[in-house]
Ligand binder design. Structure first.
Ligand code: GDP
Ligand code: GDP
Length: 463
């Protein structure tokens, strides 16, 4: 059995075009009329040296005709069930539609890898749709053009470890060290080209928190007062969704800072915490600074925001702000640390910095922490190293017995970065207890020094 790849998405996003590109033959009908591709087809796909079976699902019709919708839904579900990985395609030029959101919700339930493809993004087209697609909660989109063959290298990078794992599972190859590398170079040894790329790409950062926690004051201090509050100059208009700046030679971007725009007319006191709006900021960001009002301590809403950040897989930095005005500093610090530790065990060791936006204190330390976390968040590890870790972790603490039989975890591979996502192949994925998962995640985090990073694990069946 080769790797099975399903292509899903609403009609007209370019599924058939992608199918054709991967299959290399013009077997599918391509037409501008929505819904021309109705039936599920399978073909032999190729990408570089990878071969796989590709399943093109029926076009997902508009959700107007119930019976048709039900049929599409069944077919999509079946394809996702059969596949090892699902490619969820959207049209980056059109942006998100209700149908996209509807089917994304369906696809999200799958515990197998899903890759979000923003199609029709040739050249620089579709940038807005690309940003918008973060809202689907399917992780970072890959911009492709099925028609022009752009983005295929990124797709290859993602499929390759899965392909190797599948082959290993089938006993086709005895995985060799070289073969199993997530990328051919070992982590830490990034090439000059990669380093240059990383240095030039701005880090997307959001500053969130309850009203009055001191976000605007902090942003002003970070950027310099005039830049934020005066006139519609370079990119800082009323509708601006991102403000670029630099720190220690590193480019950063404050993204979609909720409240930043509203602030002009409305006073802070009237502002309510809008979770929806904050969630939007979080999804645009890579690193999120959660600003707490240190004079009030950690409140329920703060925890809600913190868990959202972690759930979304973003890097979380806590700023205990207004530190200048906090009376019992030691006590307050301990209390906040303890409560975060209990409520967010998934991000053990997350950076907590005391700040004062008003007095311009410790903001550099805050940015240092954000940069350090960002580097860990993009962590990449070779498959051989992951499996060495897995071997040790299992030896230290073996998987539990379930229904009288010991669960076996055979193999692990990193399938995604930002945040680091590990696929574990196990005999009975449904039965692996939560507590053992937590043990593995903590062990992985400790072994590779990923304190504060929301490491993800997906379970896959592998006998
Ligand atoms: P499906 O309904 O999802 O299978 O979509 P199709 O593959 O039939 O494509 C729908 C329309 O989008 C066709 O007119 C394609 O030529 C066009 N299309 C597909 N991929 C791209 C792309 O990468 N860029 C552009 N500009 N158009 C594309
Ligand atoms: P936002 O609603 O989160 O944007 O909060 P603001 O930046 O508008 O600040 C709310 C109030 O807290 C204002 O009265 C600020 O002057 C005050 N404030 C903000 N940062 C600090 C700080 O670091 N220390 C102290 N003592 N007060 C602060």
């Amino acid at each position: 059995m080769t790797l099975k790849v399903a292509i899903v998405g609403r009609p007209n996003v370019g599924k058939s075009t992608l199918f054709n590109r991967l299959v290399g033959r013009r077997v599918a009908l391509v037409d501008d009329t929505p819904g021309v591709t109705r039936d599920r087809r399978e073909g032999d796909g190729h990408l570089g040296d990878l071969d796989f079976t590709i399943i093109d699902t029926a076009g997902l019709e508009d959700v107007t005709d119930n019976s048709l919708e039900a049929r599409m839904r069944r077919q999509t579900e079946a394809a996702i069930r059969d596949a090892d990985i699902t490619l969820f395609v959207i049209d980056a030029r059109v942006g998100l539609t209700e149908t996209d959101r509807f089917f994304a919700a369906l696809v999200r339930r799958s515990d197998k890898p899903i890759l979000l493809l923003a199609n029709k993004a040739e050249g620089k087209a579709g940038a807005d749709g690309l940003m918008e697609s973060y809202e689907l909660g399917l992780g970072e989109p890959i911009a492709i053009s099925a028609e022009h063959g752009e983005g295929m290298a990124d797709l290859y990078q993602f499929l390759r470890p899965l392909w190797i794992a599948k082959r290993a599972e089938e006993g086709i190859v005895e995985p060799s060290e070289d073969d199993l590398d997530f990328d051919s170079d070992v982590e830490g040894d990034e090439t000059d080209e990669e380093a240059a790329y990383r240095a030039n790409k701005p880090i997307q950062m959001a500053i969130v928190g309850r009203p009055n926690a001191g976000k605007s004051t902090m942003i002003n201090a970070l950027l310099g007062e005039e830049r934020l509050l005066t006139g519609p100059e370079a990119g800082i208009t009323r509708d601006s969704i991102s403000v670029p700046f630099e720190f220690k030679g590193r480019k950063l971007k404050l993204v979609d800072t909720a409240g930043m725009r509203r602030k002009r007319g409305v006073t802070a006191k009237l502002e309510k915490l809008s979770v929806g709006e904050t969630l939007r900021s979080i999804r645009f960001a890579e690193i999120v600074v959660l600003v707490l009002d240190g004079t009030l301590g950690l409140e329920k809403q703060d925890l809600t925001l913190a868990s959202l950040v972690v759930q979304e897989g973003r890097g979380l930095v806590i700023a205990i702000n207004k530190w200048d005005a906090v009376k019992n500093k030691d006590e307050m610090m301990q209390d906040i640390k303890d409560r975060l530790q209990i409520s967010l065990p998934q991000v053990k060791g997350l950076p907590i910095i005391t700040t004062s936006g008003l007095a311009n204190r410790n903001l550099n330390t805050l940015l240092d922490a954000a940069l350090a976390l960002h580097a860990k968040w993009g962590f990449r590890v070779s498959t051989s190293k992951v499996n060495r870790w897995l071997g040790d972790a299992i030896e230290t603490h073996s998987p539990p017995m379930v229904s009288g039989r010991r669960l076996k975890i055979r193999y692990a591979t990193q399938i995604k970065q930002r945040p680091p996502t590990i696929a574990l192949f196990t005999t009975r994925p449904d039965e692996l207890p939560e507590s053992y998962m937590r043990y593995l995640i903590n062990s992985f985090r400790d072994t590779f020094g990923l304190e504060g990073v929301p490491v993800r694990v997906v379970l896959r069946k592998g006998d």
